[in-house]
Design a protein around this ligand. Structure first.
Ligand code: GLN
Length: 493
């Protein structure tokens, strides 16, 4: 018999409804897999076995009664950025030490309402700032993938590194993640998994620890396109508690899988052919183009002229919003407190001890670009650039393009504690060169694995769509997945 943890969400759903398997045994299989792997991979920072079994028992009862929601009995991992009632929620920061919220995020509540089972909280970069999961207070996550013939530890990408690693290593059936500049799509690409950042406003941000509020969006990381479609359907909702939630019915994303892409116009932006891009990424991109063309799509060259300003503008807008959002961590209301001689001293000591290096860097950049005298030169200018980037996409879509195909990342997974990256934060920021434009414009973007590089490591392609046309992305990504196949790491842990 196949291992229970190797079932996709769609496969498990079928076996659960036909009563071939029970939610409790599926959940136990995942809990056992986590126990066996977590020391090596560090994907989970908290496991909630009692809660998981209790939820699975309730699922089995509903399934036995022929009821059951869309995710009934499906065990999921939750990124530590989502508030989960009475369970560790720290955005993997020391400053939120001991924080267990008394409320549930809308996204996780939606999943539980559909019958999903919570396995625990997943590791991530502190406050979702990073591209390698190395800024976590709980230490780095190790990518389940290794280069052929090598034992070198690789990063799973970030900031949703725990989510991506857990999905790739079969330590959950699927995971929640968030994406402010690429944190769903880059780790998905580094681990051979599928990740979609939906349109801004599609998933409620209520109860998700804020990094940069105008960019943050939740989405799933899953083993394949179908599972991502199933999860997004449950995660997305219209929510009065988030004023940026958009009042549009959530479609049945799964229904778009297998639909023809004949006549679909796919744009190939010349600006994404960046200097120094490895030849393998070029080849992968050409391969993706061929897959879509063979399926009947029309390929057109397009231009997105303001692309080169996206990354610098992002690193003004995101830190600016972060500096404001993170002002609330002051040692008074929740989390860590380091006593001082007076209240100002207490604030300073708490923040100095509670935030890691990368978070402090962002707060300083953000405070600087918002300060009097610099606001116009930096923040206002970055907002104007943002408008231009958005307009670039609008022009292309107005001209009839349905979706845009690009590489997801400029490289495959790199080593843990890479010396060049540790010494140069800007080199790390370059990881998001293909993904940040999408957040700046508020568009949906999906990363889908499309092949392996020479070292045997997964590489992903990205599809970018029109606002609220996630269905187009699922349809086209499914074509790529059908042609490229799926990728699972060999187990060494
Ligand atoms: N890597 C980017 C950053 O560090 C994006 C992070 C994210 O999407 N949360 O800001």
């Amino acid at each position: 018999m196949t291992e229970l943890t190797s079932l996709t969400i769609a496969e498990a759903r079928e076996k659960l409804t036909s009563k071939d398997i029970q939610a409790v045994e599926l959940t136990q299989a995942y809990l056992d897999a986590i126990s066996a792997a977590n020391e090596a991979l560090n994907a989970y920072i908290t496991v909630t076995p009692e809660k998981a079994i209790e939820m699975a028992k309730a699922s089995d009862q509903r399934l036995a009664a022929g009821k059951g929601g869309a995710l009934e009995g499906i065990p999921l991992g939750i990124k530590d950025l989502f508030a989960t009632r009475d369970v560790h929620t720290q955005a993997c920061s020391h400053i939120l030490d001991g924080f267990e919220p008394k409320y549930e995020s809308t996204v996780t509540q939606n999943l539980w309402d559909d019958g999903a089972v919570m396995l625990g909280k997943l590791n991530m970069d502190e406050f979702a700032m990073g591209s390698s999961n190395e800024s976590s207070h709980y230490g780095p996550v190790i990518n389940p993938w290794r280069a052929e013939g090598s034992n070198q530890q690789l990063v799973p990408g970030g900031s949703s590194g725990g989510s991506a690693a857990a999905v790739a290593a079969h330590l959950c059936a699927g995971a929640t993640a968030t994406d402010t500049g690429g944190s769903i799509r880059q780790p998905a690409a580094f681990t051979g998994t599928v990740g979609i950042k939906p349109t801004y406003g599609r998933c409620s941000r209520w109860g998700t620890v804020a990094f940069a509020s105008s960019l943050d969006q939740a989405g799933p990381i899953a083993r394949d396109v179908r599972d991502a479609a199933i999860m997004l359907k449950s995660m997305a909702s219209v929510d009065a508690k988030d004023t940026t939630s958009v009042d549009l019915a959530v479609p049945d994303y799964e229904a778009s899988l297998g639909q023809s892409v004949k006549g679909m116009k796919i744009g190939i932006p010349e600006e994404y052919r960046v200097d120094g891009m490895p030849e393998e990424i070029e080849k992968l991109w050409a391969q993706g183009i061929a897959f879509l063309k063979d399926a009947g799509a029309e390929i057109v060259d397009i231009t997105l002229p303001h692309t080169k300003y996206a990354l610098p503008a992002y690193y003004i807008v995101a830190p600016a919003e972060a500096s404001s959002n993170l002002a609330r961590y002051d040692g008074v209301r929740y989390g860590l407190r380091v006593d001082g001689k007076d209240i100002i001293d207490m604030y300073e000591k708490t923040r100095a001890a509670g935030f890691g290096k990368e978070v402090k860097r962002r707060i300083m950049i953000g405070t600087y670009v918002l300060s009097a005298g610099y606001y116009d030169a930096y923040y206002l200018q970055a907002q104007k650039v943002r408008t231009l980037i958005k307009r670039d996409f609008e022009h292309v879509f107005d001209a009839g393009v349905d979706a845009i195909l690009t590489p997801a990342t400029p490289s495959s997974a790199f080593g843990v504690a890479d010396e060049n990256l540790a010494a140069d934060p800007v080199a790390m920021y370059l990881n998001d060169i293909f993904t940040v434009t999408v957040n700046m414009a508020g568009l949906p973007g999906i990363a889908v694995p499309a092949g392996l590089d020479k070292k045997g490591l997964p590489l992903g392609l990205q599809l970018i769509g029109k606002p609220f046309e996630e269905e187009t992305l699922f349809k086209a990504a499914y074509v790529i997945e059908q042609a490229a196949g799926r990728f699972t790491p060999a187990r060494w842990w």
